[in-house]
Every structure is written in C-alpha cells, then in structure tokens.
Design a protein around this ligand. Sequence first.
Ligand SMILES: O=C(O)c1ccccc1N[C@@H]1O[C@H](COP(=O)(O)O)[C@@H](O)[C@H]1O
Length: 227
Amino acid sequence: MPVLIQPARALGCRVKICGLSRPEDVAAAAGAGATYGGFVFFGKSPRNVSIPQARDLALLAPVGFAKVALLVDPDDALLDAVTDAVPLDLIQLHGREAPERLAQIRARTGLPVMKAVGVATADDLATLDLYTGVADQILVDAKAPKTADLPGGNGLSFDWRLIAGRSWSCPWMLAGGLTPDNVAEAIRLTGAPQVDVSSGVESAPGLKDPTLIRAFTQAALAPIPTT
Ligand SMILES: O=C(O)c1ccccc1N[C@@H]1O[C@H](COP(=O)(O)O)[C@@H](O)[C@H]1O
C-alpha cells in the first residue's frame, strides 16, 4: 500500500534544540538537522551560559542555523548586553513578560520575539491569544509547577489533546517534556509545525547527548505517513 504524506508536513517539522553550552552541542544540533539552537541566560538553569560563552558558540554556528537567546523577564541592560555581544536570530521570552513588553523588546533589539506560554489546563489557552498579535512566534510549553526553580526546561509535558487541531495566526512551537520516544506522537496529535526540546536530549541536567539529539531530530523530521 502506498504511503501518503500530508502535503503540509511532507518536509517534516522544524526542530529547536535548547540549552546548548559546548561547541560539540552546536555541532550536534546543526549536524542533526535542527533549525534553531537555544542559549539559556538564566542563572538558576543547569544550562546557563555566560555572554562570552554564548558569543563563542554562536560564532561556531553554520549559516542558516538560527541562534536563539532564551531570557526570563530581562531588563534593558541584560537585553543590550546579550544582543550587543551575541549574533542572534530570535529572542525567546520565558518569563512573565506582558504583551506591551514584547513590543518594547522587539523595538529595542530589532530582533523577532518568541513568547513562551505555559499550559496545564484549557483555561491557559486564552493566554496564548493575548500574544498572537504581538509575538513573532509563540511557544506552547508545559506550565511549570509553582515550586519549580525554572519556568521551563523541567522535562514535563502537558495534555497534548488540549491543543489537538488548534492553530494560531503566527508561527508556533510545541515544547515541554518532549523526547526522542514521544515527539512523533506529539506532532501527530497536535499538528505542531515546530518542536523545542531541552532536557529530553540530555544524559544529565545540562549535558546534551549527541545520540539523543540525533534520535530526536530523526523522529521529528520524519514525514508522518497517513492512511
Ligand atoms: O532549559 C532551561 O533550562 C530553561 C530555563 C528557563 C526557562 C526555560 C527553559 N527551557 C525551555 O523550556 C522548554 C521545555 O524544556 P524541556 O524540553 O521540557 O526540558 C523549552 O522551550 C526550553 O527552551
């Protein structure tokens, strides 16, 4: 029986590998076919990088590999320090930034902005709509537990059925607890055109594993057969 491919998905999903902190992480992510690589600027994270470290990593990235700065409620001084030093393609905001702050950040940095919104229940979906008019992309992530040290990167997923068949008026990514084993099912259920992973491709907190990165991208990039 011929395998039919959904036209919109024929080229597979785009992948972001977040929390790159060593040159070999950049090489593994880009070499595996990821579109984006993320650098985390958040002191409590095991993936936190300094600005000079991120600059060195960004300069190693091949042409076409999009470099993303992950920031949590950054003030203008931090934004300026990061964007002055690190060649970037996208800013990911993972804090409590209001829609108006997104517009300020885009104007100040001249970079597109992706806003992460945590989802735990159907009530959280309304929050996404607050950002679709102002963000260049939205990141639909699992909501962090109240007791968590990190607002993301906790390896937790949400009930993907909450967003099955949903789409938004701007590009979007799915995140939260994705792994090489579950990413294909997550894409199938949600129709996500892009996926983002951090802890699911690590052998220990903050330590990216090239074998897991390859397995994740292979699973995400494989076209979804339909019957
Ligand atoms: O990765 C981190 O350390 C991190 C810190 C602070 C905010 C967000 C962070 N990561 C982002 O969280 C999601 C989900 O990560 P995971 O795959 O569940 O570990 C993803 O968008 C990361 O970019």
